[in-house]
Design a protein around this ligand. Structure first.
Ligand SMILES: CSCCC(=O)/C(O)=C/O
Ligand SMILES: [Fe+2]
Ligand code: NI
Length: 183
């Protein structure tokens, strides 16, 4: 279940209150059920998935992709699988743990594990959102944000793309105040 931490330490766990706190950023945060398909849940419980298993997970969840294709013109999706044995995990994460933006919306559907997104709100305040399974987030293009993993260092997320060039991180140089990401 999502948790939002403000700079003053205040913690929100109610989805409505979290949505209100994120409203100035127009971030969408919804609960999307993964369903109770035993094969799918078995795959989601594994640390590592081969390409065929990733495609099985994506196909099982493509109902949501069809919706996004219709409503928002998304064209492709992939499954990112991160776990403690992921080769060069720290190197991969350093791409995202500094404040950056993207030219396209950052659209993620967390299907296992958890991760933390940090955001800079229009008033300059910083917040950190922990997202967990069955949570869908849409971070609008141009939003200053950062991303890192919790100590569990595990997340599986479907990434939806309108194109691919738009998700490259553009670093803004804004310092993270709320939380010194432990290298
Ligand atoms: C779980 S998605 C990997 C992180 C990512 O793509 C990004 O841009 C984070 O800000
Ligand atoms: Fe990002
Ligand atoms: Ni930390």
């Amino acid at each position: 279940m999502a948790r939002l931490q403000l700079e003053d330490g205040k913690l929100y766990t109610d989805l409505k209150e979290i949505t209100q706190e994120l409203a100035p950023l127009h971030i969408q945060l919804n609960r999307w059920s993964v369903g109770d398909n035993p094969q799918l849940n078995q795959l989601l419980a594994k640390d590592n998935l081969d390409e065929d298993e990733k495609e099985q997970v994506l196909k099982a969840l493509d109902g949501y992709f069809e919706q996004l294709k219709q409503t928002a013109g998304y064209e492709s999706r992939d499954l990112i699988v991160l776990h403690p044995q992921t080769p060069n995990l720290d190197g991969l994460l350093t791409k995202f743990d500094k404040i950056h933006t993207h030219a396209d919306d950052e659209v993620r559907y967390i299907v296992a594990g958890e991760a933390i997104f940090g955001f800079v709100r229009p008033d300059g305040s910083q917040v950190e959102l922990t997202v967990q399974p069955e949570e869908y987030i849409n971070v609008p293009a141009g939003t200053e944000h950062w991303f890192y993993l919790t100590p569990a260092r595990r997340v599986k997320a479907v990434r939806y793309f309108a194109g691919t060039e738009g998700w490259v991180p553009e670093y803004t140089g804004t310092p993270i105040r709320i939380h010194q990401v432990v290298a």
